[in-house]
Write a new protein. Structure first.
Lengths: 432, 81, 432, 81, 432, 81
């Protein structure tokens, strides 16, 4: 027993089982944590994601493995045989068969593994509860709704068009992902390309929600790209904004926004919900929870609930969501050419979205005879409130007395709605 | 490479941008109508006060009033003690 | 693909699929939200319920459908055939068969649908987790216990009898629901009649809990009736109270309540729990969580937990519970003659409960030789603290120096215990 | 119409009101016994203070004391500076 | 119906079904609540555990029974026959068969019961969600990490050895539990002995986590022992500390700890996690969540999440965990010779752990030539911060100016890591 | 009684205490290395201030400054009123 114990222990040690891939992913997790703490890169998400990434790559522990994964790790011959029978393959091909199993046979395999006493690892459990069900991103969307003041948008609804234009980043990236298939090694399906494209929406919970429906295997890379680029908005956007606008345009001072009544603020979420149910029911979960959160906020009669949505619920869900996303950064899934492609496509998506927003801003500048500063179009990508702050900063460079923050909040929150609408379209056409 | 897939993607792009602009465009008009309706419904409805500054001032006043009263009471009681 | 896409999109649009029933229910949802915001009708519940009602009736999205519902909506012929085989009916009769499936065959149908990859909609998921399990109403009951000061009842235990009398509203409504079966179109079973009757308990979480056990299909109408009438207490009760009492009776000033020691407050929940376990174990979940919450409050040594029960937990659960109840307001289930019957029976239940409480109050007025103001009997219906405030108001009308609020709190909290006991009886006899 | 069901309902009503009154009636006596027991167990047990007002007063005093001390320290230090 | 109703009601009454065992356990629950409120014995846990104990022993209600338990209680002959067929025993031996069923046949029995419409009781539901999955103790560990300041340990890492020595309480108790098998009536397996031994770790969530994996049937007794003895630390430890040290040793004043930089505090959890993943992956869930919580705290960029971990999440989870642990105090499982053995072994574990810590302290006193006060070794058992306070008190007795609190915090938090490591070893060797 | 089980237990004890001491022993050195590294990485890194008292003092000062300003404003406005 002692020798067996020692040997069992050595084989149970991480250092005896640590692969290069896992080591690399642990460093990636460390990098995400470093960026979160030192560079304040979306720390609320990237710190838990980075930590989840490290945990997911702890050798032997299998924290991110599901019940079938634990069955395979345990390696009991009779259990392997039972699994092979269910998947209708020889035992030697089980690894591959499990990876490509889908639908009913995957469900049957999971059921078998659980019946045999195997359980999913801690992170996988978090993932199943929070992301597979779609609940976590939806509750975060409720919190975003409860935290967001849509006044700027209500005061100037035309800024919605800037939020619409910036979604071009999504759809051009969709083409880009499909075009990338010419490169050997890439083979994105339409569903995968759609999930990747949503990075251009610059909205974390929307990206997680859509990726969990259309391409769960790519979720880790997509979420990391979405949150990282959201944090990089102050670096990515300004050069594009300056390149596409003249100094005269950037100096435009916009007239003050009109005050918005309490009644308008209450009717706003209901109006958005109404349009959504009439025209795009597939966006109903996202738009529904966003407008529900906003109604809790603006109704003025349910402060308890509004505060719960803004604090307790969103905080607890963020912790679990972050760890769950991190669980998808397992070495064997993340370290692939596809991830590099996703990172490149995501960067392109942000750039194109920004450019499209600014160009629409220039169109509105012309149409309004110079009343609209085209810079605010850049805020249409979402990334609330970072993008609006970047607009403000670039505006101040051109004119030291030009505060564009409030004007940029309109397109900024419009971008949130815009990317939820885009997600709805993708779900309706691709996700059926 | 699957050209068919690329064509599907292009169609999806047209469709998607169309819907996004369509949806948000309709929303522009609906929101304007909503604001007009809200304005008519509630001329009595209070317009949100623009600058939050005066509120703070009055808060300060209230704080000061509370402190003043407390100090006064404290002095009275300490004299009594 | 483009034409198909456009056509798929048109068919996926809400406006192409919106039925009259759904339109009507969306208006009902809007009405509930209006009443919550403008009239302060139990906004903590009715706002989420109203919003959930709208979401449940978004066409195409199927947010309130379970996995089998989504299978039916998708309409894949091979999946329909598999479902028909399990339910042992021809495919053409699947719709009806699913509605009337129960027990093992329903479970089998759900398992099949999930194995085939169908998932419940967002609201249905909330419903399954929060209400089907019974967890949400129980956690709210814990919060109610942690929020309630039972001092007035401990100081004057005889007011428990007022809380008992008011439960006559429940049991007479039970008879009423069964009698309504003479009207063609009504066919309530004993279990359904019991679930409807609990509206007379004037206690939201008890109503949701009992309805989820005895008549899940009627839960939406029952919960809406319970919370709406609770909000209407200030309108429903005063005329009855005035009609049944003389001005002399209403003017009775009651002697001040004795102070209650900390030890009594600690022993109170344990005493109630003890009686419950000795005499009515079927009420143990409800009474157990109520007294547990109260012990957290009064023990004085677990403030962290008491505050969590009073705030974080109850707020988060209220949001999910409200949306889940709203999910039961789907047009095809809610828009029926039965709903009208339930609304009428619920109103009767409130009136009868109020009258019974006041009459018991009159009896105590006589027995105590005028020491008890009979108005406080009206508070026995529960609806804490609304009913006690109504008593106070009606009392002040008769005598401008007569503050009955504290005296009405005794029967008011007694009513909560009383309706939990009534629910226990119904569960024991009907729910077995 | 099913008369049998109505009879069952009536019986359930009798039974239910009986239990409700029985349970809450027993509870009346049990609570009185509990209070008596509690009174005997804890003559030393502190009776809950009725009016919360004095508490506030002492709170105020504490606030005032803190502020007074802070002001004194501030003055001393500003003189020193 | 009336007579049947009355009879059904009588049979549904607790008083007609209350067994002596249940009565005794209700008294035990009351005692735990009394100790929690009057003696401040770990009230955050023992109050919910005590209340859960009472609820679990409410006759008839079956709040702590699973679906199969409710099937047995209901006693429907056809259902019993179906269950007997699955377990492959005659109906008459069902009770025993269910108790000893395991693995696949237990899963099959549960599935059957749920398909037949039986549901687990409220407490069992809490137990399955919070403890069976391991989620609740892990979330509490995250909260402990977010609440704990490891500065004292970082300033003086050598105190880790004191935390290591105190784990001897665990492993000697493991031998003790196996040795107890000589007494007729005891028959602990290696897994059960390991679960019992962890009481010596003096760490509640670790004990619950390990017991739920290795010996779920003993979880109630193990958790109650662990939390009770943690509360008894001020009574158990001082005599042992005085007996093993001279007054000169107890009077040693230790030099002030050096200040610790923010960077060290951030790197600390990552360092511990790194060692864990390299050398003891089986401890990764516990150590992972502990260090994650601590990183949330120390990173300084995610205050929202850190506060959520320290308050909302840990409070809500504590309530559910406490009730769930209480559900394992059912009379037929708890009232056994084994429980007495567990209580005795647990007491021994605490004493031995304390002694081992103090002896290691004496060794460090010698090696450091009198710079280390051996008393701080007693804090190595964990029981944060109670054990450190006890050290401080005993130190003050010997020298009225000797404040050892900060110096004892090092071994105290080292003990938490130490028992998580011990749990990892036990899981790796015994739990496989 | 099963001697074999006891032997297994004894082996597990040796193994377990070995790992616990091994793990925490390695951690001692790793933490020292970590602290050395942290010290080198951040000579500019601010050492945590040991006594929290001065912070409170400055807090007090800030409170006092705020109150003083508020009182001054209140007096000015009350004079004006
Ligand atoms: Na966007
Ligand atoms: Na009631
Ligand atoms: Na320990």
């Amino acid at each position: 027993m002692f020798e067996q114990g020692l040997e069992a222990l050595w084989h149970s040690m991480g250092i005896a089982n640590l692969g290069w891939g896992q080591l690399l992913m642990i460093l990636v997790g460390g990098l995400l944590i470093f960026l979160a703490i030192r560079k304040s890169f979306e720390p609320l998400l990237l710190l838990p994601i980075g930590f989840g990434c490290i945990l997911a790559n702890v050798p032997v522990a299998g924290l991110a493995e599901d019940a079938v994964g634990h069955l395979l790790m345990a390696g009991d011959p009779s259990h392997l045989a039972a699994l092979a029978e269910i998947l209708n393959v020889p035992v030697t091909q089980l690894g591959d068969a499990v990876k490509h199993a889908s639908g009913a046979s995957l469900v049957a395999a999971q059921t078998l593994a659980r019946d045999l006493g195997y359980e999913p690892g801690m992170l996988q459990l978090f993932y199943e509860v929070s992301i597979s069900t779609g609940v976590a991103p939806l509750l975060i969307f409720m919190g975003v709704g409860a935290l967001t003041d849509f006044s700027a948008l209500i005061a100037k609804p035309s800024t919605l068009l800037l939020g619409a234009a910036a979604q071009f980043g999504i759809f051009s990236t969709l083409i880009g992902a499909l075009a990338l298939n010419v490169v050997p090694g890439f083979d994105f399906t339409l569903a995968e390309a759609s999930a990747i494209a949503i990075i251009g929406g610059a909205d974390g919970p929307t990206a997680v929600f859509l990726a969990s429906k259309l391409a769960p295997d790519l979720l880790g890379a997509i979420a990391v790209a979405a949150y990282s680029y959201m944090a990089l908005v102050p670096i990515i956007q300004p050069p594009i904004m300056r390149a596409l606008t003249s100094k005269t345009e950037r100096q435009v001072v916009m007239s003050q926004l009109r005050p918005v009544s309490k009644l308008e603020k209450i009717l706003f979420p209901l109006t958005v919900l109404l349009l959504c149910l009439l025209f795009l029911p597939s966006a109903a979960p996202l738009i529904g929870m966003l407008t529900f959160g906003n109604l809790l906020r603006e109704s003025g009669v349910v402060d308890r609930l509004s505060k719960a949505a803004q604090n307790e619920i969103i905080n607890a869900v963020t912790i679990i969501l972050g760890l769950s996303v991190g669980s998808k950064l397992q070495a064997d899934k993340f370290l692939s050419l596809e991830t590099l492609g996703i990172l490149a496509l995501g960067a392109a998506a942000f750039c194109i979205g920004t450019a499209a927003g600014v160009l629409m801003g220039k169109a509105m500048y012309r149409l309004s005879k110079g009343a609209v500063n085209p810079l605010i179009g850049a805020a249409g990508v979402s990334a609330v409130p970072m993008a609006a702050r970047v607009v403000n900063k670039v505006g101040l460079e051109a004119n030291h007395h030009n505060f564009l923050l409030m004007h940029a909040m309109g397109p900024n929150v419009a971008g949130v709605i815009g990317s939820a609408v885009a997600a709805g379209v993708l779900l309706a056409v691709v996700g059926g | 490479m699957d050209t068919n897939l690329l064509i599907q993607g292009a169609e999806l792009m047209l469709l998607g941008m169309g819907i996004v602009f369509g949806f948000l465009g309709v929303l522009v008009f609906t929101l304007r109508a909503m604001s007009a309706l809200a304005g008519r419904l509630s001329d009595e409805e209070s317009i949100e006060p623009a600058p939050p500054a005066p509120l703070n001032v009055s808060d300060h006043r209230r704080v000061v009033a509370v402190i003043t009263a407390a100090v006064a009471r404290y002095r009275a009681s300490s004299r009594a003690a």
